[in-house]
Design a protein. Sequence first.
Length: 103
Amino acid sequence: MTKVTELLIRISATAVNSGDVAVRTLKGNLFQKTIMKLIFGWGKPRNPILGTVYAGIVEQIGSDVKNFKKDNYNSCIDRIYTLNEIVEAHRYVDTGKKKGMLS
């Protein structure tokens, strides 16, 4: 069961970027490779799933969670900005009105 402020999502898709691949292939000098192995797992990855962006179906909801409904797909992206609008995006975040992530 989830905690009161958490939700459980059945993951159906994930995105993998070049940073995930670089970490898993241990690209870098000997010092960097050693640090990466200490952080991510020496013999094999601690977390075998690549990516940090996910999509899925809400399975369980904690009692204090208000912005999600069970069995629904809810986007966690509040607004989308282009790179040219980065200053406007930061201003919006600073207002404290943001819900979810900005993309």
